[in-house]
Write a protein that binds this ligand. Structure first.
Ligand SMILES: NC(=O)c1ccc[n+]([C@@H]2O[C@H](COP(=O)([O-])OP(=O)(O)OC[C@H]3O[C@@H](n4cnc5c(N)ncnc54)[C@H](OP(=O)(O)O)[C@@H]3O)[C@@H](O)[C@H]2O)c1
Length: 211
C-alpha cells in the first residue's frame, strides 16, 4: 500500500521510518526538499520524493499531513481537489512557537484540533487524527514493543478512515485503539489525558472508557 507524507520534519520523518520498516511504500513531499530527499535515501527503496504536495497524493491510499497546525489549512486548500474519497491522517497539535521559543495553544480551550481540521477539509475527505500523541523519539523507541505492543490512539468518525489508520498504526509497529469520533481528538493533543502515554492494549482500553 502507498501513503503520502506531506512534511518531513520531526514527526513526518519518524512516521516515515516506522511505516517503511513495516513495508509501506511512501510518497514524500516537503517545502524542505532536502530533508525529504535525505529521508528517502535513508529508507530507500520504500520512498520516492514527489515533485510537490499535489504529486505526493497522486495514487496514494492515504495522506499524512505531518505539518505544523498553522500551515495545515493552506496545504489542505492547495490539495483539496485531490482529497475527495482520500483518507487524511493528521498528527498536528494546535500549538505555535514564538520567536522566543514560547509555545502556546492556537485554539480556544475546549475546541479540538480534529473538529477544526474537519471543517477545513473538502466534502468526501475521510479524516483520522493519529500519530501525534507521542514525541518522535518515543514513537521510534516504543514501536514493535514485545511481548506486549504499545498502543497508538486514534480518533475518527469515518469507518473507512478508521480501517486505514488502524492498518497504518499496525504497520508502524503499534496496536491501534480508537478513542471515539473526531470530537474526542482533544484527548490526544498536548494537554489531553491520552497524550504522551506508552501503554498496552488493556490499559489503553480502560483509559479510553474512563472519560
Ligand atoms: N516533532 C514531534 O515530536 C511531534 C510529535 C507529535 C506531534 N507533532 C505535531 O506534528 C506537527 C509537525 O511537527 P514537526 O515537529 O514535525 O514540525 P517540523 O519539524 O517543523 O516539520 C514540519 C515539516 O513540514 C514542512 N512544511 C512546512 N510547510 C509546508 C508546506 N506548505 N508543504 C509541505 N511541507 C511543508 C516543513 O518544511 P520547512 O522546514 O521548510 O518549513 C517541515 O519539513 C506539529 O503540529 C506537532 O505538534 C510533533
Amino acid at each position: 500500500m502507498t501513503t503520502a507524507i506531506i512534511g518531513t520534519g520531526g514527526i513526518g520523518s519518524a512516521i516515515a521510518r516506522q511505516l517503511a520498516s513495516g513495508g509501506e511504500t511512501l510518497r514524500l513531499s516537503s517545502t524542505d526538499h532536502e530533508s525529504a530527499q535525505k529521508l528517502a535515501a535513508r529508507i530507500a527503496p520504500a520512498a520516492v520524493v514527489a515533485t510537490d504536495n499535489h504529486d505526493a497524493v497522486r495514487g496514494a491510499d492515504a495522506v499524512i499531513l505531518a505539518l505544523r497546525f498553522t500551515v495545515l489549512k493552506g496545504v489542505i486548500e492547495q490539495i483539496a481537489d485531490s482529497l475527495a474519497g482520500t483518507v487524511v491522517v493528521v498528527p498536528s497539535n494546535p500549538l505555535t512557537t514564538d520567536a522566543q521559543g514560547n509555545v502556546s495553544r492556537v485554539l480556544p480551550e475546549g475546541q479540538s484540533s480534529g473538529e477544526v481540521v474537519a471543517g477545513w477539509l473538502p466534502a468526501g475527505a475521510r479524516l483520522a487524527m493519529a500519530f501525534g500523541t507521542m514525541s518522535a523519539d518515543l514513537l521510534e523507541s516504543a514501536s514493535n514493543r514485545s511481548p506486549e505492543p504499545a498502543v497508538l490512539f486514534y480518533a475518527t468518525g469515518n469507518d473507512r478512515a478508521g480501517e486505514e489508520v488502524a492498518r497504518l498504526i499496525r504497520t508502524a509497529g503499534f496496536e491501534p485503539v480508537k478513542v471515539g469520533g473526531i470530537e474526542q481528538s482533544g484527548r490526544l493533543e498536548v494537554g489531553g489525558d491520552l497524550h504522551d502515554l506508552v501503554v498496552g492494549p488493556a490499559e489503553a482500553r480502560s483509559l479510553v472508557g474512563r472519560a
